[in-house]
Design a protein around this ligand. Structure first.
Ligand code: ADP
Length: 301
């Protein structure tokens, strides 16, 4: 098969591994810089052009679209879908998962366990916003944050109010969330491929740090999931309509709670922690599912 990986950087671990795995399984794999693609959307025969030439017809694309290029990246992915190319994660599902509020609303509507969450732009009663998620301590998150930046733990209602006011002053949209203390500074990353959890790891924050992000000095180890955790991850992926994704869970006393569903999960941490060939499993998924005109809108909202 001819497979294209949409990625801004051919040297990234995940991009390299997907190319390697695809080639090892006998496929032709190109890496295409998403932002360098340009398209003719008026034509009756949609095409994608790159470096002055029309790109060949690919059987499948693997979108690795970073949060900062979601808008243009999903447009490029959509163009491939219009051409009939199979897209591992359809563009609509990527856009859906990038909107944290929309994701939480969709997941809550379907009964997935979530930390109690309030969101606000210009709350007229900050005290009530805090009280409504159970009172301090609360976690306050910038809607646009990634890799743990913009995620703050406020121990007291006073601190929470001050932080919310500061974010409001910057005109930022925020989430105010119940702090899941019993998670103990750890979370669980479940890698879902084609409706199955194929690898899972526990990420533990550095000493004294409630955020477990590996970018913030956290460490990772293999973990055995409970049946409920496995089902929660699979359901969350399904609701978001993502074939390949990372579902982040917190272990709470009320069962697993989903924090986030990531449509371009990094492979380095999870492959190193578990020793599993996740990239190979993504290629296998393509082998089983890539048919022309087979990308269909799944999930809702
Ligand atoms: P980002 O998307 O920037 O990584 P997250 O929402 O995943 O932000 O939060 C970063 C980390 O902070 C999580 O991996 C988790 O360890 C911790 N965390 C986030 N929300 C909560 C919460 N409500 N309760 C306890 N820990 C949390």
């Amino acid at each position: 098969m001819k497979i294209a990986i949409l990625s801004r950087n051919a040297n990234l671990y995940s991009t390299r591994r997907l190319k390697e795995a695809g080639e090892a399984m006998g496929h032709e794999v190109d890496i295409i810089d998403t932002l360098h693609c340009y398209m003719d959307i008026t034509s009756s025969r949609p095409t994608v052009r790159y470096h002055g030439k029309e790109l060949p017809m690919y059987d499948a694309i693997i979108p690795r679209i970073g949060a900062s290029v979601t808008f243009y990246g999903t447009a490029v992915a959509r163009q491939f879908e219009m051409m009939g190319t199979f897209n591992v994660n359809e563009s609509v599902a990527i856009s859906r998962s990038r909107d944290k509020l929309r994701s939480l609303q969709l997941l809550s509507r379907r009964g997935i366990g979530l930390p109690r969450t309030g969101f606000a732009s210009k709350p007229d009663n900050i005290k009530d916003l805090i009280k409504n998620v159970g009172g301090a301590p609360v976690v306050i998150k910038l809607l646009e944050g990634t890799q743990g930046i913009g995620v703050v733990l406020a121990d007291t209602a006073k601190a929470a109010e001050a932080i919310i006011e500061a974010f409001m002053g910057l005109k930022a949209n925020i989430l105010v969330q119940e702090f899941i203390k019993e998670a103990g500074g750890a979370d669980i990353r479940c890698l879902v491929v084609g409706g199955k959890v194929v690898a899972a790891m526990k990420r533990q924050g550095a000493e004294g740090e409630f955020r477990s992000n590996l970018h913030r000095g956290g460490s990772a180890e293999v973990i055995k999931l409970t049946k409920q955790e496995r089902e929660t991850a699979v359901n969350a992926a399904k609701i978001m309509g993502l074939n390949v994704c990372g579902v982040d869970l917190l272990r709470s006393q009320n069962g697993p709670m989903v924090m986030e569903v990531n449509s371009s999960p990094g492979l380095e941490g999870i492959e190193n922690a578990t020793g599993k060939d996740v990239a190979g499993m993504v290629i296998e998924f393509i082998e089983k599912n890539a048919k022309l005109h087979a990308t269909k809108t799944r999930g809702k909202g």
